[in-house]
Design a protein around this ligand. Structure first.
Ligand code: GDP
Ligand code: IMO
Ligand code: MG
Length: 430
């Protein structure tokens, strides 16, 4: 098994965790490299459902090493809650789960600021964040005033830095955003002390760990969070998250060079969804959009918000192939289209009277895009029990092939026809 990065090709929730789960068996180390508890990654295996926010989804496989890399922002309380839930389901992480000492911390202060910034933003300026403190934590990191996981090792130092941060964030929430700040320094320090005692044994120099594993010939699997168009540089800014969600983020977020990566697997939902605000050219605000939402179960795994739904967008995907250098595609949710008489795919945008077939980089241009569609024939058969690509209905095969063409003919690793681990068909193995 080569070293592979799994990346969401759209705006998140493409089914990344299902594909990670599919690949974990043949991997040795699974590494989350960016984002934080804004992620919601669902795995359904052996009749059990797991939703991961910070812990790499590979943890459900006994013996696999799981790493939370330096590029992640870690909310200690969310993380421990997740570990407790996993323990409750019989998943033991002892000795095989590690957090990078250089990952930044998300404190309750960051969550309060995230909520205050959203509530005080003017109506067109609200991002629609998950409220998990992601933007404020990454801002502190870039502004060189963040607190890192390794800072927990020295409690006195940590406590003095938290005390400074408390005063600064309180001022921002109250005086700049005009919101209430329901937290005391005492309470914050008490909560962090409890978390610290549990975290200390699993804090590590994960860069050293990852390189030792590479030297041994272990197979690495990088678990991306969010999706390509939520990338802080290449996404629909400012309606993005605050990290590098594209494949390159796997290098900076774990400390390996690009030459260590053999495969980049783009997870592509066969329609499009987005949670939160921002442009979405193929969005359907009609009964078809509603049908995709209800049949596809399109409700956020982290916040429960209904996801905005629309047709597959080939213009978006062509850009995603460029940004990530996909070597394989994993197509998910094909089953959702069973019973659709017709299925549309967007092949170009009309912007200011001109046709474009690659998504432009500037958000105001994307806002003006009018999608141009091609219509394909649907199929009536339930395909959720199908396990071989060639057994799919002819119209489903034709649809998949057209989607692949619109994705620059990148080979397809798998096609997914249901949420369960077994509802997967392999097409072109790694
Ligand atoms: P992630 O954030 O990319 O890991 O994706 P989420 O877990 O947020 O959302 C994907 C949802 O679709 C989850 O509820 C999965 O169980 C489900 N899912 C994944 N693949 C398929 C599929 O092929 N068909 C159907 N019907 N559901 C799927
Ligand atoms: P997974 O890993 C879908 C979206 C939010 C909002 C924007 C910024 O499950 O695919 P943030 O809280 O990050 O500052 O919010 O990004 N967002 C996601 N949308 N899936 C996710 O993660 C997301 N994580 C953040 O809805 O629009
Ligand atoms: Mg998700």
């Amino acid at each position: 098994m080569p070293n592979s990065v799994v990346v969401g090709a759209q705006w998140g929730d493409e089914g990344k965790a299902k594909v990670i789960d599919y690949l974990t068996d043949k991997s040795d180390v699974i590494i989350r490299y960016q984002g934080g508890a804004n992620a919601g990654h669902t795995v359904i295996a052996d009749g059990r459902k797991f939703v991961f926010h910070l812990v790499p989804s590979g943890i459900i496989f006994p013996g696999k090493i799981c790493v939370i890399g330096n590029g992640v922002v870690l909310d200690p309380e969310e993380f421990l809650k997740e570990l407790d839930e996993l323990n409750g389901k019989g998943i033991d992480h002892t000795g095989r789960l590690f957090i990078s000492d250089t990952a930044h911390l998300v404190l309750p202060l960051h969550r309060l600021l995230d909520a205050a910034q959203e509530s005080s933003a003017k109506s067109g300026g609200k991002i629609g964040t998950t409220g998990r403190g992601i933007g404020p934590a990454y801002s502190d990191k870039i502004n060189r005033c963040g607190l890192r996981v390794g800072d927990l090792r020295n409690w006195d130092y940590f406590a003095s830095r938290v005390t400074e941060a408390f005063a600064a964030k309180k001022r921002m929430v109250e005086e700049i955003c005009g919101c209430s700040f329901d937290l005391t320094l005492d309470d914050l320090l008490k909560r962090m002390k409890i978390a610290r005692d549990r975290l200390l044994p699993i804090i590590a120099d994960t860069n050293d760990l990852v390189h030792s594993e590479l030297a041994k010939g272990s197979n690495l699997l990088f678990e991306g969070a969010q999706g390509t168009f939520l990338d802080v540089d290449h996404g629909t800014y400012p309606f993005v998250t605050s990290s590098s969600t594209i494949a390159g983020g796997a290098c900076t977020g774990s400390g390996v060079g690009p030459s260590a990566i053999d495969h980049v697997i783009g997870i592509v939902k066969v329609y499009t969804t987005r949670v939160g605000n921002g442009p979405f050219p193929t969005e359907l605000n009609d009964a078809t959009g509603e049908r995709l939402r209800s049949v596809g179960g399109e409700f956020g795994a982290t916040t429960g918000r209904p996801r905005r739904c629309g047709w597959f967008d080939g213009v978006l995907l062509k850009k995603a192939v460029r940004l990530n250098g996909f070597t394989r595609l994993a197509l998910t949710k094909l089953d959702v289209f069973s019973g659709f008489e017709e299925i549309k795919v967007c092949t170009s945008y009309e912007i200011d009277g001109k046709l474009v077939d690659v998504m432009p980089s500037y958000t105001t241009d994307i806002e003006k895009a009018k999608p141009v569609y091609e219509t394909l024939k649907g199929w009536t058969e339930d395909i959720t029990a199908c396990r071989r690509f060639e057994d799919l209905p002819a119209n489903a095969i034709a649809f998949v092939k057209r989607v692949q063409q619109l994705c620059c003919d990148v080979p397809i690793l798998i096609v997914s026809v249901g949420p369960d681990r077994v509802q997967t068909m392999e097409v072109t193995p790694l």
